[in-house]
Design a protein around this ligand. Structure first.
Ligand SMILES: Nc1ncnc2c1ncn2[C@@H]1O[C@H](COP(=O)(O)OP(=O)(O)OP(=O)(O)O)[C@@H](O)[C@H]1O
Length: 669
């Protein structure tokens, strides 16, 4: 039956069905219970027509009260049992479907967490969120009714059909012809509904992403500053109009199908009564049998209707699953078929490969063991930011477990070495339907970094300078493997095989734009160290020169910082990011224009704090301020993705090259 209703139209139905069943695998017992209940209820469903037929015949034959009451009681008991079974069946089916949805949601979220940054830059947030909410919820609801209906309907159909055939082949033949007609209608409606559902889901995703972007503080600010509220309202109006139009078409399509179904039912029933009446008149069947046949007809038609409806639901569910699986199928390491160029420097490379634990070679270990002892400040237990996408935020237990895995070796210094590293952003990293929906980007991105050879030494601060767009941030983000080199290697303490969680546990980054979650100040700080006590938070804030802020906040550490931290100034957010890194206490620190938003007095204070924080660590500082750069032990000049000069401030000035020219212009690049 499923073949008739669903498989035939699906491109690769076997694969899709296997994947859906794999999702149900862990709940096979719940599935078995749901199916068992369905079997029992379908057995019960055919009983009432037979009992009613018997009752009618008993009345016609003038049976006694005792017999009549017995038949009526049996009828009532069957109805009660049927109701109870139907409730239980729905409970199991809904439970099963919702658990599958929950698992799938976590899986998609986990998968998306593994996508490179370029994916998030391309995907429209609203469209992505819609896949995990709207699409998944739709799939869950449809699955529940499919699971609770399909087995029961098929069984009822077989049982009711067989009994009818035994009672009268004439009426059964009429009913069969009607069923064929219904299936043809359902097939047509299913195709149409699937197409409309897909278009409806796409329109909803577009609307969701427009709304999401306009509802962020930055989006709302932009709209206000450019005075474009009217345009935005019209834009939302148009998108809502499109969604509304498609909703009406989906509903009408379902309604048309329902009406056609009801019409065919009524006509078949009329035919059955007429045929049955004639046969009863000729004493071929009894009056009770006519009643039984007409009631069985309902039980024949209702599973056909339900299966036809399920067929439509399967078609729409298929769309939902396809939309979800296509996100799951996006390679975190792009497959060769996605690569637009063969060879090394295409940018279509592994994005954030997590190398296996213990992959360090014995040669590397040997060299590590010969290293100078680690400064005491660095040997203490290191807090980590949670690398695992599944970690509930601020769950100290989870992070603690991650941390114990993340620090197998105390012999580390934080030496970072770039060996002939080149990089370009990957292409074809997103789905067209998650971008603008109209076209995918096949043109490879231009290379950002070329043949970078650079060593960052422990205990030294290296300043990275260069014009805007030179690739400074990209270079810095290669260290925590946010981006992965297209070619070349980056060694941390002479190894490039550190697992991702261990690597990131050792690196603290203050990014150009500080992001804070819409939570309390304390929770935002504890993102760096979930088990930190209040005194440690106060200490970090003090070292980041934020103690004063704490006193002005109404609820101190428990103050909610607002969406993206918008209750705080740019400078305060930057200092908070610095406090987070102080709390994390990593071996390698990357500061990407970390003091750009600060006035010179605060900057001087922060610089002082940073000097303490950066001591004994490997530090990479991206800065445009002379004061920051002067303090660095080593300066690296990056121009159009290539290191053009490196050395100390005095040496570079003497070279009279790029750095010297930038310096004389005030060093903005
Ligand atoms: N996801 C992306 N896809 C394609 N190109 C990108 C992406 N992100 C950044 N780029 C490009 O990479 C180049 C280097 O950017 P990067 O942010 O590293 O420069 P930068 O030197 O840090 O600039 P600034 O000083 O202005 O912050 C830029 O030309 C930018 O347009």
């Amino acid at each position: 039956m499923r073949g008739i209703f669903f498989f035939r139209e699906t491109g690769e139905p076997g694969v899709l069905i296997r994947r859906v069943f794999a999702l149900l695998g862990p709940y096979r017992w719940v599935l078995a219970a749901a199916v068992g209940i369905e079997v029992l209820s379908s057995l019960l469903v055919v009983a009432p027509p037979l009992l009613v037929g018997r009752l009618v015949n008993q009345v016609a034959q003038g049976a006694g009260t005792h017999q009549l009451v017995g038949s009526a009681a049996a009828l009532a008991a069957v109805a009660l049992a049927g109701g109870a079974l139907s409730l239980a069946g729905m409970w199991f089916a809904t439970r099963l479907a919702e658990r599958m949805v929950r698992d799938l949601r976590v899986r998609v979220f986990t998968h998306v967490q593994g996508m490179p940054l370029a994916f998030f830059a391309r995907a429209r947030t609203g469209a992505l969120v819609n896949r995990l909410t709207g699409d998944l919820d739709g799939v869950g609801q449809a699955c529940a009714s499919i699971l609770s209906g399909i087995v029961g309907s098929v069984l009822t159909l077989i049982l009711a059909g067989s009994i009818m055939l035994a009672l009268s082949w004439h009426v059964t033949l009429a009913a069969f012809l009607a069923a064929v007609f219904l299936i043809a209608i359902a097939r047509r409606a299913g195709r149409r509904m699937a197409d409309l559902t897909r278009r409806h889901a796409q329109a909803e995703a577009r609307l969701a992403s427009t709304l999401t972007e306009r509802f962020t503080v930055n989006g709302a600010l932009l709209v206000k500053l450019f005075g474009l509220s009217g345009t935005e309202i019209r834009h939302i109006g148009q998108q809502s109009h499109e969604v509304a139009g498609l909703t009406v078409r989906v509903q009408m399509s379902a309604q048309r199908f329902g009406t056609a179904l009801a019409l065919v039912f009524t006509l078949t029933q009329t035919l059955a009564y007429a045929l049955g009446g004639i046969l009863a008149g000729q004493h071929i069947i009894s009056t009770g049998t006519v009643i039984t046949l007409s009631l069985l007809l309902t039980h024949l038609h209702s599973p056909i209707a339900s299966l036809s409806h399920i067929r439509i639901q399967l078609a729409t569910t298929r769309v939902g699953f396809e939309r979800i699986f296509e996100v799951l199928d996006l390679p975190t390491t792009p497959s060769p078929s996605l690569a637009t160029h063969a060879g090394n420097d295409t940018g279509d490379h592994a994005t954030t490969p997590d190398k296996p634990h213990g992959a360090t070679t014995s040669h590397t270990r040997e060299r590590q063991e010969k290293r100078a002892p680690v400064p005491p400040a660095l040997t203490k237990t290191q807090p980590v930011a949670t690398p695992s996408s599944l970690a509930p935020r601020f769950n100290p237990d989870h992070i603690q477990r991650t941390r114990s895995r993340a620090h197998p070796s105390p012999n580390r210094t934080g030496r970072v070495e770039f060996r002939h590293v080149s990089f370009r952003h990957p292409t074809n990293i997103c789905l067209p339907s998650l971008e603008d929906g109209n076209h995918s980007h096949h043109t490879p991105n231009p290379p950002v970094l070329h043949d970078i050879c650079l060593t960052l030494h422990p205990g030294q601060t290296t300043a990275l300078v260069g014009p805007s767009g030179a690739g400074k941030t990209t270079l810095a983000l290669l260290i925590p493997r946010i981006h992965t080199p297209t070619s070349g290697t980056i060694l941390i303490d002479d190894t490039d095989t550190l697992p991702l969680d261990q690597l990131r546990a050792r690196i603290g980054v203050v990014t150009q734009h500080t992001h804070l979650f819409h939570e309390t100040l304390a929770n935002n700080l504890r993102y760096a160290r979930p088990d930190a006590g209040d005194h440690q938070l106060h200490h970090a804030l003090e070292r980041a020169y934020l103690s004063d802020l704490l006193h002005t906040l109404p609820q101190g550490l428990d103050t909610i910082v607002g969406e993206g931290g918008h209750h705080l100034s740019g400078g305060e957010k930057q200092r908070l990011a610095i406090a987070r890194v102080i709390l994390k206490n990593p071996d390698i620190i990357i500061l990407d224009e970390a003091t750009a938003h600060l006035d010179s007095l605060t900057e001087a204070a922060i610089q002082h704090a940073l000097t303490r924080t950066l001591a004994h660590r490997t530090a990479l500082v991206i800065a445009h301020r002379l004061s920051t750069i002067h303090k660095a032990d080593h300066i690296v000049v990056l121009h159009q993705g290539t290191i053009t000069e490196q050395g100390t401030h005095t040496r570079l000035l003497a070279q009279n090259g790029h750095y010297s020219r930038m310096h004389h212009k005030g060093l903005s690049g």
